[in-house]
Ligand binder design. Structure first.
Ligand code: GAR
Length: 190
């Protein structure tokens, strides 16, 4: 069995999709959920699926205690689903090529420090873009710069406000993230 950990800071709608997709999966299991926000929606997702969850701080990402949690749960891959803390270098090295992130734009456009969630959709709106989309990529030491694994785009309407753009992009995220995780892991371990 390949064990995965989901890291999330927010509402957790992607985490919910991923937990549902892998609930009865033959070789991939969501074994732990990590958040840095005590009231994140993802804690509810963890209890719905009976998955152990941990609330951590920035310090725990660097002092080895988060790595220890992941080792206790024999975690092979880390899946970021709206996780907003930067992943420190020692962590990236420990899980080299085994950390995936989802970003709500067509990277490299609208990526980097401070570009997350609604800030991305507001910038896309302001620039009157005709398309947006989502990117799934490997994580390295820099925000949103790791190798791109998968992208999907959506057409934007002139009347779309940031909220409508967010809705269209989130729909793509829900449609493709779990499947991309599965394909990536299976190609990695086979
Ligand atoms: C998603 O749109 C994800 O792409 C974005 O946060 C949202 C989390 O939604 N991630 C980033 O902006 C990372 N830079 P969710 O909590 O409902 O899954």
């Amino acid at each position: 069995m390949v064990n995965i950990a989901i890291f999330a800071s927010g509402g957790g709608s992607n985490a919910l999709e991923i937990c549902t997709y892998f609930e009865n999966h033959p070789n991939i299991k969501v074994s732990v959920i990590i958040t840095n926000k005590p009231n994140a929606g993802v804690i509810g997702v963890a209890s719905k699926f009976n998955i152990p969850s941990y609330i951590i701080g920035k310090k725990n990402m660097e002092d080895g205690s988060l790595i220890a949690i992941l080792e206790n749960h024999k975690i092979d891959f880390v899946i970021l689903a709206g996780f907003l803390l930067l992943i420190p270098t020692m962590f990236v090295r420990q899980f080299e090529n085994r950390i995936l992130n989802i970003h709500p734009s067509l990277l490299p456009a609208y990526g980097g420090y401070g570009m997350y969630g609604h800030f991305v959709h507001e910038a896309v709106y302001k620039n009157k873009e005709k398309i947006s989309g989502m990117t799934i990529h490997l994580v390295n030491e820099k925000y949103d710069e790791g190798r791109i694994i998968f992208q999907a785009e959506c057409a934007l309407d002139v009347h779309d406000k940031p909220e409508q753009i967010a809705e269209k992009v989130l729909k793509l995220e829900h449609k493709y993230y779990s499947q991309t995780i599965e394909n990536y892991i299976n190609s990695f371990v086979s």
